[in-house]
Design a protein around this ligand. Structure first.
Ligand code: UTP
Length: 309
């Protein structure tokens, strides 16, 4: 029988189901697929309608009970610091003009003093390396990782769903989605030891496998809950697929020693790292907004007709 519960593991530590209060946002990538837009604007600051991807991610973290936000930034990412800062002058101007809606939007970007941490990844050596750069801020606590370019539309925010499941099973958890077999090469893919419906017990993970070698079609997307033991494995700085230091390779080292689950969340995920995924997410997001949905539907009908549908 596959190992499933905390108590099944020899390396059980009481901390393995400690509440998740910290999240890492790796935002140091080059965003080459969005050049030239990302030459001076971080990819994570591209907006879905009027809210940057990274702010959507921070709001998801807040909804899940995260208190400390750790941004791993790099060269050319200064706009991120400005965005989450308090802009006294702007707030004052909006107050004087009684533009309360805009004031509210501006204030919503602010993160409580002492709860926002920045660290730099001086070279974009891969996601695993970016996460490792945040090790001092995480210390000995379990933590979440959110990739802002995976945007998820759901009634209950994805990380909140994961945190609720983690409270029952502890250990490590990754959000997973079923993808067509010809797309597995774009993802980390899990090897399933036991399918429990809502979640799967993970027997292994493999980064960007060829379709004929993939152990399943369950792909890991950008939401993780991890135990701090992962840093020991990331420390080795071993390059993996594509010559990058992969988070998946370090996760693989924890499997069998600690509980490790894949979690099928309720909701729809959009790959905003790709242009078409980003456009689709913008449309899907607009359709959820009461201030825009009607106009958006009218537009889509017009374009549908123009496309002969
Ligand atoms: P991607 O794999 O989408 O890479 O990173 P990228 O550099 O952002 O974009 P492309 O492929 O060149 O267009 C997924 C997330 O991981 C972060 C990115 O900022 C993004 O949020 N990341 C990636 C890092 O922080 N550091 C890295 O070394 C790589």
């Amino acid at each position: 029988m596959p190992l499933d519960r905390l108590s099944d593991f020899k390396s059980f530590k009481p901390g393995m189901n400690k509440p998740i209060r910290k999240a890492i946002f790796p935002v140091a990538g080059l965003g080459t697929r969005f050049l030239p837009a990302t030459k001076a604007i971080p990819k994570e600051m591209l907006p879905l309608v009027d809210k940057p991807l990274l702010q959507h991610a921070v709001e998801e973290a807040r909804a899940a009970g995260i208190e400390d936000m750790v941004f791993v930034t790099g060269r050319g990412k200064r706009a991120i610091e400005d965005h989450f800062d308090t802009d006294m002058e702007l707030n004052k101007t909006l107050e004087v003009r009684h533009n309360l809606e805009a004031l509210d939007a501006a204030r919503n970007t602010e993160i409580e003093p002492g709860r926002l941490f920045y660290t730099r990844q001086t070279m974009p050596l891969g996601l695993g390396h970016a996460v490792w750069c945040a090790r001092e801020m995480i210390g000995d606590d379990p933590f979440a990782v959110i990739l802002p370019d995976d945007f998820i539309l759901s009634d209950t925010p994805c990380l909140k769903q994961m945190v609720a499941h983690y409270a029952q099973v502890g250990g490590n958890m990754v959000a997973v989605v079923d993808v067509p077999r010809d797309q597995v090469k774009r993802y980390g893919i899990v090897d399933v030891a036991q399918d429990q419906g809502r979640s799967v017990v993970v027997a292994g993970v493999v980064e960007k496998p060829n379709p004929d070698q993939a152990p399943s079609t369950l792909a890991i997307i950008g939401r993780y809950i991890l135990q701090p033991d992962i840093f020991k494995h990331l420390e080795r700085h071993r390059p993996g697929a594509g010559g990058e230091i992969q988070l998946t390779d370090a996760m693989a080292q924890l499997i069998g020693l600690q509980p490790f689950h894949g979690f099928r969340f309720d909701g729809r995920r959009f790959d905003c790292g790709s242009k078409i995924g980003f456009l689709e997410a913008s449309i899907a997001h607009a359709l959820t907004r009461t201030d825009m949905a009607d106009n958006m539907r009218t537009l889509l009908r017009q374009y549908g007709r123009a496309c002969g549908q």
